[in-house]
Each structure stands twice: as structure tokens, then as C-alpha cells.
Design a protein around this ligand. Structure first.
Ligand code: AMP
Length: 314
């Protein structure tokens, strides 16, 4: 049996434009991408907020993937968070055209009583104050990981620094890592951010791949002091249709894999989790929304993971 995995984050209607295509009001949000990805390995407990406009069909997509949505708050008369973005050129550049926070602006996560003892906790992108309020509600999780973004590094740095003292892992992209650490050399940025408190840090570098540095979570006597550093290339099998959610599903793959191990996490598990996240993201970008992930079978995932493994070891 897998360990329990809790995620708190945004649930959205996304409108996305790429050089080739566009979609409006599709299912998105950091917690949605995370959950659908993680659900391949473990049942997921999702806490988020939506408005009355959130359709049953979207709920069904989540429930069909073993995602528990008892923690979904529905605000009467409210509207669901909306995000609109455009990708340019080779899709490595993204412009946010519009954000309507709606009910997400006043989101005060409440973790259902039965979920407070979740083994693994992922704090998807959100204000560090909100993320901290989730940590205050959970009881001795085995692993806590947070995502963050430039907005919080710029506007809530002090609160983010407090959060970093209380989490095991931090996930962020290369530009954010440079912004947080004041260091553009990512190997040095890792060391600086590790000195701020987290036991490990994952830096996403888009089409350049991802890197991880640090120690395993858990008390020192259980995990030892061994430090690991690894850099892995990205993976892409076909044309990129929409990169939205690559980062969140990457984190979902990582955390879902670790939850599925159902034993204390060792330092060797971290690069293995990074591989799973990388391969998960390679599926996400093949279609809009969670379309590629929602019907993804374990066999298809494992076959691509094996192909990726071969490409990095060979
Ligand atoms: P990613 O491409 O992994 O960075 O994630 C994109 C997803 O994040 C989209 O589905 C958006 O709905 C969601 N998103 C965009 N901006 C925010 C924000 N400020 N807070 C929370 N979620 C967001």
C-alpha cells in the first residue's frame, strides 16, 4: 500500500495560446496537474478551492484518477481561478496574459481532520504564508515539499525564508533559484539555498532538464548525512503541444513515486524520483490541459521510463 499524499494548490480554468493552437477554459491549476500525475503511483488527497462554475465533468476527471476531493472547497456564488498564457517561438518563453484570482485570492486551506496525518505533503505554488498555514495543520509528515515562484521571492521573501526552515524540499525553476540565491551559477545557487534550510532542492531548467542537491528527509540518525547532487536531461519523444503544467506534473511524478515506495525515503531515492518527474513532464507537454495524463496507463509510463533510463545511462 502506498503512503498518503496530500497536495494543496490552485485549481483553474486555463486559456492557452501556442504558435499552432489555442484552447479556452480547460482544466488546469498547479494542484490539478500535480494530482493527476501523482495518481499514477498513489492515491492523492487534494485540497483547493473552486467557484460554483466548476463543472462536474472536471470533478469526474479527478475522481477517475483515484484523487480524493473531499478537501475541495466550493465558494457559493464565486468564480474559479482563471489563468491565460501565450507561448512564443519554440515555446521556451511564456507570457502570462491574464490572471483572475477569483476565489483563489481568498483561499484559506482547511485540511480535513482525517488528512492531517498525511505521510507526504506537497505545497503547490502559493503564498508562503498560505503554505505555512498548511504545515501548521499537518501532524509530523515524513516528507514536506514546496514549490514557489518569482512573485513570492520578490514580494514575500521574509515569509518564504521562514517557510524554508520548515520544509524538507524546495522545487523551483532556474530563474527563480538565481533570484532567491543571488547566484546565476546553479551549483552555487543550490548550496546557498540549502543553507537557507531545506534538506534538498530541485531546480527545473525547462528543456535543459532538472537538477537535485541535498540530503534525504527524516531525522539525522535515520537518513545519515550523505549529500547527493545530480543533473538529468529533459526528455521529449514528439512535438511539444503545450508546456503548461510541466513543472507541476514533474513534482507530481516525483512525489507520487516517493509515496508509492511505502518505506522511509533514502538519499538514493531522490535522483530516481527526479527521473520519474522528468518522464511525467514529457507526457504532459504532448497535449493541452491534463489530456495526456488523465488516461495514462502505468505500462506506457514504465516503457518510456525505461527508454529514458537507457538514454541517460547509455
Ligand atoms: P506550470 O506550467 O507548471 O508553471 O503551471 C501552470 C499552471 O499553474 C496553470 O495550470 C495555472 O493555472 C497555474 N497558475 C498560474 N499562475 C498561478 C498562480 N499565481 N498561483 C497558482 N497557480 C497558478
Amino acid at each position: 500500500m502506498a503512503q498518503s499524499l496530500l497536495v494543496v494548490g490552485s485549481i483553474a480554468f486555463d486559456s492557452v495560446r501556442t504558435p499552432h493552437d489555442e484552447v479556452a477554459d480547460v482544466l488546469g491549476g498547479s494542484a490539478v496537474y500535480f494530482s493527476v500525475a501523482a495518481s499514477l503511483f498513489a492515491p492523492v488527497r487534494l485540497v483547493g478551492v473552486v467557484g460554483e462554475d466548476f463543472p462536474d465533468g472536471h470533478r469526474q476527471v479527478l475522481q477517475d484518477r483515484r484523487i480524493h476531493i473531499d478537501g475541495l472547497q466550493v465558494v457559493e456564488g464565486g468564480k474559479t481561478f482563471r489563468w491565460c498564457g501565450t507561448y512564443l517561438g519554440n515555446m521556451n518563453e511564456r507570457i502570462t496574459d491574464d490572471v483572475q484570482l477569483n476565489v483563489f485570492g481568498d483561499f484559506r486551506p482547511v485540511i480535513p481532520r482525517d488528512w492531517r496525518r498525511s505521510d507526504l505533503v506537497f505545497l503547490a505554488n502559493g503564498s508562503p504564508v498560505t503554505q505555512m498555514s498548511v504545515l501548521d495543520q499537518v501532524e509530523s509528515p515524513a516528507l514536506t515539499v514546496a514549490d514557489t515562484m518569482d512573485l513570492w521571492i520578490e514580494t514575500a521573501r521574509d515569509e518564504l525564508l521562514v517557510l524554508l526552515q520548515h520544509i524538507d524540499g524546495l522545487v523551483l525553476n532556474d530563474e527563480e533559484a538565481a533570484m532567491l540565491s543571488g547566484e546565476t551559477d546553479l551549483a552555487k545557487a543550490e548550496d546557498r539555498i540549502l543553507a537557507m534550510g531545506p534538506k534538498f532542492i530541485v531546480i527545473k531548467m525547462g528543456s535543459e532538464g532538472a537538477r537535485i542537491a541535498g540530503r534525504a528527509p527524516g531525522p539525522p540518525h535515520a537518513r545519515g548525512q550523505e549529500v547527493i547532487k545530480a543533473v538529468l536531461p529533459a526528455y521529449c519523444e514528439g512535438a511539444v503541444r503545450d508546456p503548461t503544467g510541466a513543472g507541476d506534473s514533474f513534482a507530481g511524478g516525483m512525489m507520487g513515486y516517493l509515496a508509492g515506495l511505502d518505506r522511509p525515503i533514502t538519499v538514493e531515492d531522490l535522483p530516481a524520483a527526479l527521473k520519474v518527474g522528468t518522464v511525467m513532464a514529457s507526457f504532459t507537454i504532448e497535449d493541452f490541459s491534463v489530456r495526456r495524463l488523465q488516461d495514462l496507463a502505468r505500462g506506457e509510463f514504465d516503457a518510456r521510463l525505461a527508454a529514458y533510463d537507457e538514454s541517460v545511462s547509455g
